[in-house]
Write a protein that binds this ligand. Structure first.
Ligand code: MG
Length: 399
């Protein structure tokens, strides 16, 4: 970082140079809000968006970035003069492995996040990861690449961020397992018989977290929590049987660590994604302080209950696929992505998301996933199979 001089002639910058992939989504906008609150700590050098070029152009102007990436076929936006504009996967990979970047924030949605995650990790960049699909689809490849390059992988997902913090003080010999809390999602109080026909509006109305569309639908199916179990498996190198999920309606306790003497450590905080985002962006330095204190007296009662997994058929589908390994989780995650988009577009019913995942897992033969090409090939096949299933289901729905 040394040797650079800012235009005003002030001393060389010690700001962290940050690439924000997926800057127009819910996480991406919060990343930029944190950066704006700490102008001395962060310099945003590149941004990407899939479709929303208008907001991307505005962000590029506001943060004075030099490079952006947009989706293939996305219309030309009105970017400030001199901004380098790339398109598609290769340009995301270039931003993720840019030697002029210290920290890559991957806030992309879905399978598109995998290639940039690998590019960042292989290049030894510090990666703040919000894209859980990267670890679901290729956890072993990502972990292996991080190990050999020495790249730091810092979770943004709130549960994992809190575990990351709690586990700092726990010797491995005292760690029995981890517990992820689940709010239960937008449909947690709906009678089981009404879940399959829940409407888009009800599903997108999350009780405790304000998040993007895909993750909110995934919260309603509990696919999000299944993916988080897989994420924890790779981030913390724990076998599946040492990762539990508990229903916690208030979303104040973000995770618990189970110790070998039977006790638990908990991490509490108000449900605001800017907290784990800020923590990941500052890591390994202490986080800045822009938030209200979490006062125990103001929190009220906290509840913990077992999850009734019978209400959420997608949970077992995704987790069983992950336990199976190879390309099975790639098929499950891709089918979920296709199904969620179809549900939000009104082409299939909520209950049919599980049918699309199960159908794709049955239709596509799973194999080994020794490299990224195998993963991407499985993704393509699964996307096609899931699309066909959606086509059949939506044909039935429109009759
Ligand atoms: Mg989470």
């Amino acid at each position: 970082m040394g040797g650079r001089v800012t235009p005003s002639g002030t001393p060389p910058s010690v700001r962290k140079r940050v690439a924000v992939l997926g800057s127009t989504g819910s996480i991406g906008r919060n990343v930029l809000a944190v950066a704006a609150a700490h102008p001395d700590a962060f310099e945003i050098v590149s941004l990407s968006a899939f479709r929303n070029v208008d907001l991307l152009a505005e962000q590029a102007a506001r943060f004075g970035v030099g490079k952006v990436a947009v989706g293939e076929g996305t219309p030309q936006g009105s970017f400030p003069d001199g901004v380098e504009i790339g398109r598609g996967r290769a340009s995301l990979e270039a931003l993720a492995s840019d030697p002029g970047v210290d920290l890559v924030v991957n806030a992309l949605v879905g399978a598109a996040g995998l290639a940039p995650t690998l590019a960042a990790v292989e290049a030894g960049r510090t990666l703040a990861l919000a894209n859980k699909e990267s670890l679901v689809m290729a956890g072993e490849l990502v972990s292996r690449a991080a190990e050999s390059s020495g790249a730091a992988l810092v979770p943004i997902d709130s549960e994992h961020s809190s575990l990351f913090r709690c586990l700092k003080g726990v010797p491995r010999s005292e760690l029995a397992g981890v517990v992820l809390t689940a709010s239960g999602g937008p449909l947690r109080d709906l009678p089981t018989s009404e879940i399959a026909s829940a409407g888009v509006e009800a599903v997108l109305d999350h009780p405790t977290w304000d998040m993007g569309e895909k993750v909110t639908v995934d919260s309603a199916t509990l696919v999000n929590k299944a993916m988080e179990v897989v994420e924890a498996r790779w981030l913390f190198d724990l076998p599946f049987e040492r990762i539990e999920v508990v229903l916690h309606r208030e979303s104040i306790v973000h995770s618990l660590v189970r110790l070998t003497d039977g006790t638990l450590l908990a991490h509490l905080g108000l449900p605001d994604m800017k907290v784990p985002i800020q923590y990941a962006m500052f890591h390994p330095d202490p986080p800045g302080g822009i938030f209200e204190d979490c006062r125990p007296g103001a929190l009220g009662s906290l509840h913990f209950e077992p999850v009734d997994f019978g209400r959420y058929p997608c949970y077992d589908l995704v987790l069983d696929a992950a336990r199976q390994g190879g390309t099975s989780p790639v098929i499950a995650a891709t089918a979920d992505e296709v199904a969620v988009a179809a549900f939000v577009d009104g082409r299939i019913r909520f209950g049919e998301i599980a049918d699309v995942i199960a159908g794709a897992l049955a239709a596509v033969a799973a194999g080994d996933a020794p490299d990224v090409d195998a993963v991407l090939a499985a993704e393509e096949t699964a996307r096609e199979a899931a699309g066909q299933i959606v086509g059949r289901l939506s044909g039935a729905l429109s009759q």
